[in-house]
Design a protein around this ligand. Sequence first.
Ligand SMILES: [Zn+2]
Length: 497
Amino acid sequence: MRKNKFASHVAKVTGFSALMHRIQLRRRPLRVITYHSILSSESLYHQLCMLKDLRFFPLAVEDFLTTQWHRNQEGIPLLVTFDDGTEDHLRHGVPALEKAGMKGIFFIIADRVGRKGYMQAHHLRELAAAGHLVGSHSFTHPRFSAINRDEMKKELVDSRKLLEDMTGKPVETFAFPYGRLGDFNFAAVEEVFSAGYKFCFSAVRGWNQNPGAGSFLFRDSLQPEWSKNETAFFMSGAAQFVYHGMVKVRDLSMSVMPLGFEYAFYPRWRGVARLLIALTGLVDLPARVRFQRALKELKKNRVEVLVDIGTGLGLFPFYVVRRRFAKKAMGIEINPEAVVQAREVARRLENIRVHFEEKDIEKDALGYGFADCVVCLETLQYMQDPFEALNRMVALLTDGGLLLLRFHEKDVRDRDLFRRNTVSGEEVAEHLKTQGMTIYTFQRGPGRVMRSLFQMFDASLKFRPLLLLYPLMVAFSRFLPYGNAGEYVFIKARKKS
Ligand SMILES: [Zn+2]
């Protein structure tokens, strides 16, 4: 790749590679490299020698498993891994490793063992017997950010079992398919460890500073054909420094993105419509105001896990994670189209701290007591049985957890197009009390303006030309009087601990 060549050249000339490498030699992180296709054993051997010249030493597999990174060795511990379990790893990879006196970890796609172009079961047994490690690279190689937890479990457990049967050895290492940020998420990492793996490898570049068992590990993808400059650029940490800098800039741009803008991502809109929505989002003050109260509340509480019910395209979870109001956020949404889109945005923005699931809060199993904050904005009013939905929201909360609700009341003269306002604020508050919640804020707020906007937007989903009126509505919304009808109720409640 020309770009890499150029960047590595600049890093060399400016001394940046050398500087980063000096820091690395002092800090001695564990470095893990990964290969995909190997065209010749010579070029791989050549690169492994280059790495030795750069004072990387091959970490013995048993020292890795027992996390003895630096035992009596000078330099930086290095682990070599191969992804996918293709035949060329056997043909070219193993001889090069042997010649260099090294062992590797081979991450195998369990379902493909024995297929054309892939290793056979007896190859895996031989690798394991020769002192290499066989790890799992999932069962079918899915993108983990695009599947649900049950599917993840299956991928992790089935592949492990099959590979253990084939090799007769425990399989304790797992590498994510694709493996870049955005290809997996926190839910996936949790599932890896709960499936019994001890080490979870990504394909995110970086240094592993003092990792232990139960660690999530960074890996650098290398190509055997790279020049010494390029190899040094990536292995010194200079490339990673640049890369993380770029991600930071993107984070920043995301956190100043106006709310309301998210509608522009909706797949059913194209071209001009998307542009129109995006521009409208820029001036959609009510949409921004709508989140402000919830955000203010989150700021005061240190939220570890937040669940957003009816997340739509998931901008809210993004927002709270980006702005560090919550460490992890999960969006639940009934509309599969929106979930696909939200996951795609998460993948593009390379965010592993948000996770989206297609679920019906009224029906599906959700897990209990794992969130310390549940947010439900404008979704309660859609529920068939709002009380049952409330029970389920409460069940998601840990003791002392926070519930933020916002919805339209029922006693609105119903000209709504798609909404079923079936409960009043008082009814909801009373019900929450019976569920062991303490209500500490009960407010009514102006609702007519926003309600009109939502109606307009929802109606335009069915009848597109109406969308043309949306910017007008937004522009003039500030001049519309706040009526009593169509008020919002905002409830903050805390689960008793
Ligand atoms: Zn792969």
